[in-house]
Design a binder for this molecule. Structure first.
Ligand code: PLP
Length: 426
């Protein structure tokens, strides 16, 4: 009988991995302050002090402003809400095109559809898994209004090139930094390079408030518009003069004081948590080198700081003589987390394949506002599809409070499967 757990053998690891969430006395103390205040949310949708929220959300916003050296930080109740508010703030028209990577969590593109804009998926770079600037150039049309740049897995996209293209074509750029708090590009904080940056605090992120997010910008007008969009702006817009009221349909994207309280305590830990991730990831990289050329570790440019929200690897099936999916299945069976790819290319979701978003009219993809026919054919982003379906492996294992011993188990599982690969093939 094979030793592989997938084929009935003993697992390398039986023990669960410790969760990454790190809550302590400060979270508890600040939550209790909120409960004792009897004020779980500090927002009111009317002109005045409370339009901008309560003490704890403002404290969190102030901490972000200090850390990121930005003029404005606005909490929201998710990064999805934040991305939508950002798109609404830049005032896109129905049918305007927004360039976005197909390789991300779905909200990076859905946020455009939420504002009746059309996501145009631009293929990725096969080494960084981020949007490829050369492909951005090819995708620009007279309808293009903006680019949403995702820093996937915590690794910075090529912002210099992207900002240069945006300037040439007068496009707004929104950074989806949900996975990359604390990451840097050429010495600049990710999230602060473009017009607007958006971070997520959902349950699985490096720092979490359960649900939540924050938007940063140095643009006064955009910040004003975002604060209106966040809090039922249509009822108060005449008290907060903005250049144009167009697009100021307000939502309730407000963060509660409870989330703000947890966020204040969590934010203090960001550097510590990232340092831990980077140390474990670097250790994992060293250990994985023994599997070259079957496994390729992340390629990192000297000017970019990876914060390893997810640790990506590339798998060479021809060298290994087994399909990537089979390999990942066998490693997983050994009791360690590994993914075959990440999430499927966004355009393969039914909304894009069927062109159905709101009702059955095809809006916003079809209708009198559209100057062209939209379609999202399979194969439209070949590098992304190759990475997702054939080459990419991911593991979330590089996080606090895991240790090198946990990484050793991961590496042992990989080694075991590669050493007995013949059992999988036969
Ligand atoms: C890249 C990216 N963008 C956006 C989001 C949406 O974040 P939220 O869950 O806070 O809405 C996520 C969440 O997983 C994400 O990873």
């Amino acid at each position: 009988m094979s030793e592989l757990a997938l084929l009935g053998g003993q697992k390398v690891r039986d023990k669960e991995f410790a969760p990454q969430q790190d809550f302590g006395e400060e979270e508890k103390r600040l939550i209790m302050e909120v409960l004792d205040s009897k004020q779980l949310s500090g927002f009111l949708a009317s002109p005045g002090e409370k339009f901008l929220g309560g003490e704890k959300v403002r404290m969190l916003e102030d901490r972000f402003k200090d850390y990121y050296h930005v003029k404005h930080a606005l909490t929201v109740n998710s990064a999805t809400a934040g991305l939508h508010a950002a798109i609404a703030a830049i005032n896109v028209n129905p049918g305007d095109e927004i360039l976005v990577t197909p390789y991300s969590m779905c909200a990076s593109a859905t946020a455009a559809v939420m504002h009746n804009a059309i996501p145009v998926f631009v293929d990725i770079d096969g080494d960084t898994f981020n949007i490829n600037p050369a492909e951005i150039r090819k995708a620009i049309t007279p309808e293009t209004r903006a680019i949403i740049v995702v820093h996937l897995f915590g690794y910075p996209a090529e912002m210099d090139e992207i900002m240069q293209i945006a300037r040439e074509h007068d496009l707004k750029v929104i950074e989806d930094a949900a996975q990359a708090p604390g990451s840097t590009y050429k010495g600049n904080q990710i999230g602060t390079i473009a017009d607007i940056g958006v971070f997520s605090f959902n349950q699985n992120k490096t720092i979490t408030t359960g649900e939540g997010g924050i938007i940063v910008t140095n643009d006064d007008e955009l910040a004003k518009r975002i604060s209106l969009i966040r809090n039922h702006g249509e009822v108060v817009v005449e008290h907060y003069p903005v250049e144009t009221v167009a697009g100021i349909v307000g939502y309730n994207y407000r963060m509660t004081e409870l989330e703000g309280a947890v966020g204040v305590a969590q934010f203090k830990k960001l550097d510590k948590l990232n340092k831990h991730r980077i140390q474990l990831a670097e250790y994992l990289t060293e250990q994985l080198h023994q599997f070259t050329p079957i496994i390729t570790t992340p390629r990192i440019k000297a000017y970019s700081k990876h914060v390893y929200f997810v640790y990506p690897m590339k798998f060479n099936a021809a060298e290994a003589n087994v399909h990537r999916d089979k390999f990942a299945e066998a490693v997983r069976a050994e009791g360690v987390p590994i993914g075959a790819g990440y999430v499927r290319p966004i355009y393969l979701e039914p909304m894009y394949q069927e062109l159905l978003a709101y009702g059955d009219s095809g809006f916003p993809f079809k209708g009198p506002h559209m100057k062209k026919t939209i379609s999202y054919p399979k194969g439209m982003a070949p590098v992304c599809e190759k990475m997702h379906f054939e080459e990419l492996l991911t593991t979330p294992i590089c996080h606090y409070p895991l240790t090198e011993k946990d990484i050793d188990d991961f590496v042992a599982a990989v080694a075991k499967v590669l050493n007995t690969i013949g059992d999988l093939v036969n």
